[in-house]
Design a protein. Structure first.
Length: 259
């Protein structure tokens, strides 16, 4: 196994643009197919304390599962492949796109700590808020030992109380539902460890509604809150969400988006 890892590490230091030879592909395939590696990955993904120092990108499994296709000559990436290659927002950026009823303008300000200090500044002139909460991370901690879901709720409360959004539409995207469903069905008690008032023996749908109510309770009475369940890498899911957004009566068209 060490020699296989060495082959991959050696390739990682080669200049960009060079092809991947069969030795490297074989090494990746062999390592990823090892039961111990799969088990370790699951422990990291589930936030197990035994591997709390390990970090694996959330898109790693998708690409590792595709190695048989990726190594084929002439392989063309799918739309889903491109989506999984997305990079975190590094600077605020405004995106405009047309729907059947509106021209929507969305300013993505990102969610990283260093970007949050400018949220208030970027909120000026916006008349709606899109907040993306990764509910699939309900059992994950950040580098400072804070629960990611609770931290996301805290930040949501903060931005909802920004004066510019006092009477705005608030679109709450409960994202990573696929991961939430997988984790919750496997270990429903994990949610109750975070929220002692979570219903006992609840189905995944009931647990999702519990979280939705928790989030709606954080909005102001003067705000119009709309909740959507999303899986960002599912194109059909996101298309449905966008269609529902533009169908909302009185919907505005200039949003601040916090991911």
């Amino acid at each position: 196994m060490d020699s296989l890892a060495d082959a991959i590490l050696e390739f990682a230091n080669t200049p960009l643009g060079e092809g991947v030879d069969d030795e490297v592909w074989d090494a990746v395939t062999t390592i990823w197919s090892a039961p111990g590696v799969k088990k370790t990955y699951e422990l990291i993904r589930d936030g197990d304390e035994s591997v709390d120092d390990a970090v694996v990108p959330e898109n790693a499994k998708f690409f590792l599962d595709q190695t048989a296709d990726l190594r084929q000559p002439g392989y063309l990436p799918s739309d889903k492949f491109v989506i999984w290659l997305r990079r975190p927002t590094e600077n605020p950026q405004t995106i405009k796109f047309m729907s059947a009823k509106y021209e929507l303008s969305v300013t993505d300000v990102g969610g990283q700590d260093y970007l949050q200090i400018d949220w208030d500044k970027n909120a000026e002139g916006k008349d709606g808020l899109i907040y993306v909460l990764p509910i699939g991370d309900f059992d994950q901690m950040d580098q400072k030992g804070r629960n990611k879901l609770l931290l996301g709720m805290e930040l949501f409360t903060k931005i909802c109380n920004t004066p510019v959004f006092a009477r705005s539409h608030v679109l709450l995207m409960l994202n990573k539902f696929d991961l939430f469903e997988e984790k919750y069905n496997k270990s429903p008690e994990g949610l109750k460890e975070i929220f002692p008032d979570a219903p006992d023996g609840a189905s995944c749908e009931d647990a999702l509604e519990f979280l939705s109510e928790k989030m709606r309770a954080l909005t102001l009475q003067t705000q119009q809150a709309h909740t959507f369940t999303t899986t960002a890498t599912d194109l059909d899911s996101m298309k449905t969400v966008l269609e529902n957004v533009v169908a909302i009566d009185g919907m505005v068209n200039n949003f601040l988006s916090c991911f």
